[in-house]
Design a protein around this ligand. Structure first.
Ligand code: DOR
Length: 464
């Protein structure tokens, strides 16, 4: 009898661990069941993939979707819809929301909303502060928590651990990865007086939030991390100098880079986009961008995240510096980076390393991040030859705009498959929101029946 599957991806070029091969992939009960020549096999659904590339599902480990606070327009429903439309299969959301995600109660609120409205899989960072630090060894093990996040420099929201004492208190409590926004609050406060003054010129953004403030925060962080024996993950690196420092601290530190810092450069971005290019840490001059690309190529960078920050155009239109920092990005991460692949700046395999293997390694994700038997059947299917223009109309985020509007790219996500279910095909997100919490190896023991972490079976699919 012919072997049967729920789904077969037929004849795509798959980026497998260590090789890129034309294969068939068979999926059963939401998991990868077979990889190879499945010529004689039968399936309820067959997707012809010849000419397309099949990547492990892209995991965006830095997004801001904002719920449950009603002060922002975005919500988990539209944020995850944007993710799925852009080929992203799982997102990790940051805690600088209203209210802050710093307690089990606020985490539960988000988990509840996500369980009903998320189109992709999800997890949440728990914000670390001197106030909740003593509870973190317990709370960091809650289902749905991907790690701890601290802000050493203030950005959107009220989450801040600016001093060495505050940082140390968080790092000394718990053991999971601490993701850090490393800008030095004290230096930036000083710069604000001396550099920015009363100016409304967004061109000064990278000078106010200076390279020195990033270097200072990263140096202080690494010193404390070493004292505490705690591993840290430095988010959205924007300076050449920090890369040299990180290279000396690979035993305790990993790091992330954003498509925006790899694609846009000062001063041109501020002249063309004004406050739409404003984000923290800032987009800087070309010499920093060149160093970031070198670090992508030499392996220093571990993760590529979008830092999707869905401020509306109305909010961004405020006079600088009252304009908020951040740009939407979860839907454009894949096409912008595939265009870089096509232009020869990185390989497709390195893209997979940064968006699947890296997230799985650093966050210790259970059963995701590779195309191999037994893993969740999460795939980002891309057409490396498709040439398209990025438009505001395509954007599913309630923010409704992109800093890349008008950019023509080669390489586009054509399908998003999450645990064997087709969530997006040809740009259309369909079906009900069926996202589930991402699971983590370090907290498998803490899972309970109440956590409702069950693979989606065909029964649930049919009854939905
Ligand atoms: O520009 C930014 N915006 N950087 C951050 O770190 C936070 C983000 C936001 O939440 O809006």
């Amino acid at each position: 009898m012919a072997e049967t599957f729920d789904l077969i991806l037929r004849g795509g070029t798959a980026v497998l661990p260590g090789m890129t091969l034309e294969v068939d992939i068979g999926v059963r009960d939401g998991k990868i069941a077979a990889i190879g020549d499945l010529e004689g096999a039968a399936a309820d659904n067959v997707i012809p993939c010849r000419g397309l590339h099949i990547l492990p599902g892209v995991i965006d480990t830095q997004v801001h979707f904002r719920e449950p606070g009603a002060t922002h327009k975005e919500d988990i429903e539209h944020g995850t819809m944007a993710a799925a439309a852009g080929g992203v299969t799982a997102v990790f959301e940051m805690p600088n929301t209203t209210p802050l995600t710093t307690t089990p109660e606020t985490l539960a609120q988000k988990m509840d909303i996500a369980s009903q409205t998320a189109y992709c899989d999800y997890a949440f960072y728990l914000g670390g502060t001197a106030i909740n630090a003593r509870n973190l060894p317990e709370w960091e093990n809650l289902p749905g928590v991907c790690g701890i996040k601290i802000f050493m420099g203030s950005s959107t929201g009220d989450l801040l651990s600016a001093t060495d004492d505050e940082v140390r208190t968080v790092l000394a409590n718990g053991h999971r990865v601490v993701a850090v926004h490393a800008e030095d609050e004290m230096m930036m406060n000083e710069n604000k007086k001396t550099i920015l003054g009363d100016s409304n010129n967004v061109n000064l953004h990278p000078a106010w939030r200076s390279p020195e403030s990033c270097v200072s925060a990263t140096n202080r962080l690494l010193r404390i991390a070493r004292d505490c024996g705690r591993r840290v993950h430095v988010l959205h690196i924007s300076t050449a100098e920090e890369l040299d420092i990180l290279a000396q601290n690979r035993d305790i530190a990993t790091c992330e880079v954003l498509p925006n810092h790899l694609t846009l450069a000062a001063p041109e971005c501020y002249e063309r986009l004004g406050t739409r290019a404003q984000q923290n840490p800032p987009i800087r001059e070309r010499r920093h961008q060149d160093a970031l690309w070198q670090a992508v190529r030499n392996g220093l960078i571990d993760i590529l995240g979008s830092d999707h920050a869905p401020h509306t155009l109305e909010e961004k239109g405020k006079t600088y510096p009252a304009s908020p920092s951040g740009t939407p990005g979860v839907q454009t991460l894949v096409p912008v980076m595939l265009n870089h692949v096509n232009e020869g700046r990185l390989t497709l395999e390195r893209f997979v390393d940064l968006t699947a293997y890296g997230p799985a390694r650093i966050h210790q994700i259970a059963g995701k991040g590779r195309i191999c038997p037994g893993y969740d059947a999460d795939f980002t299917i891309v057409d490396m030859k498709a040439r398209k223009e990025i438009t505001a109309k395509q954007q599913k985020s309630k923010a409704g705009w992109s800093p890349y509007e008008g950019m023509k790219v080669t390489g586009w996500p054509v399908a998003t498959i999450i645990r064997g279910q087709i969530v997006m095909q040809d740009g259309e997100v369909s079906g009900l929101p069926r996202g589930l919490p991402v699971r983590f190896k370090e907290t498998l023991a803490g899972e309970s029946a109440a956590a409702t972490i069950v693979p989606l079976t065909r029964n649930r699919q049919q009854s939905a």
